[in-house]
Design a binder for this molecule. Structure first.
Ligand code: ZN
Length: 429
């Protein structure tokens, strides 16, 4: 049932009243340098923050076998995080409304050279409307907003009249296995909201993502007889050329695909890391590339993996050196399909109303060419999976920052969304 105007204003005022606390908690989260594999302490901090609020707590590890057996599970590598997943559960006194998952990831991408940052990457400096820091936008602000929107309701003596699962996951930036694990654990709700930094817009569609590694072997010789050897780094550059060809082919296939055909370059191949060779005066005998490529919704990771393998093999057959020394292609991260959020769900309607009430503007939607955890809930739970969050800049780059005015607005949207989607009951009836 739509909220009446007086209640709406009360909820938005409660968000305002708690905002300083929310910002301080967001800063606390940013101070944890929770790059891949180092999320244990921040997950412990979050566990305590949720427990203090009276949520029923669950903390669990990844089930490797279950993930391996699932089509959306990503392969484990030796850099896979073993930090736990944390879920805080709100149980209403009476289950009257629709249940909800509020999810956020706590892992952040590497900072790159610290000297390229204006402030140290894990120092959450506030300058004007912006909070800086690696993860400030992606997505510790959203993470804190998940709790802040419930705090706002509590501040006016209310709580959701349905179960709410607040999930803090890891591995969002590398495999998506954290979100998948919450699904495999058995958590399910009538809708999901993930407040990623999406510029106060709703994600209508996103790409799947595949990570792969190409290992090229060479023939080492002293540089004085270079012609007798084979340079693995040069060969890797030739393989990259072939992969760029596949990328263009995939981008041509946007024709006729809703949400994608009007985007200039929807499928991006990133050569993210290159390692190889041992010594400036030896012809290098090894080179390794770490790559990431997007996948259209409806296309499986397996199908794309086969095309990558076939592309590298076909190119190698025509290459004098690689024909007899084919590179090895392996998959060591994301193995995820994209999704489309079909318009017209009740959940989207409630979010759109909440957004308009909190921001004064209609809710826009868009396609993003990045991986999102919402895919797990959209593809495997088949429930409305809403990805919507604050304005940000420089995500995955230097001087990442989130707009605090925007964060307050989207927290207002979230509080109104929870109130209407779940319904409300008084805390002490
Ligand atoms: Zn993110």
């Amino acid at each position: 049932m739509p909220l009446d105007a007086a209640l709406r204003d009360k909820i938005l005022a409660a968000v305002e009243a708690g905002f300083d606390k929310q910002v301080a908690y967001t800063q606390d989260l940013v101070r944890f340098g929770s790059v891949r594999g180092q999320e244990h302490t921040v997950q412990d901090f979050i566990f305590r923050a949720m427990k203090q609020r009276g949520l029923t707590m669950d903390r669990f590890a990844m089930d490797r076998e279950a993930i391996a057996a699932h089509p959306g599970g990503a392969p484990f590598s030796d850099t896979h995080s073993d930090a736990p997943i944390v879920v805080g559960i709100h149980h209403p006194r009476a289950e009257k409304g629709r249940s909800l998952i509020l999810q956020a990831h706590i892992d952040v991408v590497p900072t790159g050279p610290a000297d390229q940052w204006t402030h140290p990457p894990f120092d959450p400096v506030i300058d004007g409307d912006w909070m800086y820091g690696r993860g400030a936008a992606d997505m510790k602000a959203g993470h804190a907003a998940n709790l802040a929107c419930l705090d706002a309701l509590r501040r006016i003596g209310m709580q959701p009249a349905a179960s709410v699962y607040v999930q803090s996951v890891v591995e969002e930036e590398s495999t998506g296995n954290g979100a998948l694990m919450t699904h495999l654990r058995g958590y399910k709700a009538d809708a999901v909201l993930i407040p990623e930094p999406e510029g106060e817009m709703l994600v209508r569609a996103n790409v799947g993502v595949l990570w792969f590694q190409v290992e090229v072997r060479g023939k080492p010789v002293h540089v004085r007889e270079m012609g007798a050897g084979a340079n693995a780094i040069d060969a890797a550059y030739r393989v990259v050329g072939a992969l760029r060809g596949l990328e263009e082919e995939l981008n041509r296939e946007k024709a006729g695909r809703a949400h994608f055909e009007d985007i200039a370059h929807p499928i991006n191949l990133n050569i993210g890391k290159i390692e190889g060779g041992d010594w400036a005066s030896s012809v290098p005998c090894w080179c390794r590339l770490d790559c990431r490529i997007g996948i259209y919704p409806g296309v499986s990771a397996e199908e794309t993996a086969k095309r990558i393998g076939a592309c590298v093999l076909a190119f190698s057959r025509g290459d004098r050196f690689l024909a007899n020394n084919p590179p090895r292609v392996s998959f060591n991260g994301f193995y995820a399909q994209g999704y489309v959020l079909e318009p017209g769900s009740d959940a989207e309607g409630v979010l759109a109303n909440a957004h308009t009430a909190a921001t004064g503007k209609p809710l826009k939607s868009f396609m993003t060419a990045a991986y999102l955890d919402t895919r797990v809930y959209a593809l495997y739970d088949k429930v409305p999976a809403l990805c919507y969050g604050p304005v940000s800049e420089n995500v995955h780059a230097f001087d990442e920052r989130v707009s605090l005015a925007s964060l307050k607005r989207i927290t207002g949207t979230m509080a109104l969304f929870v109130a209407e989607w779940c319904g409300l009951e008084s805390i002490d009836a």
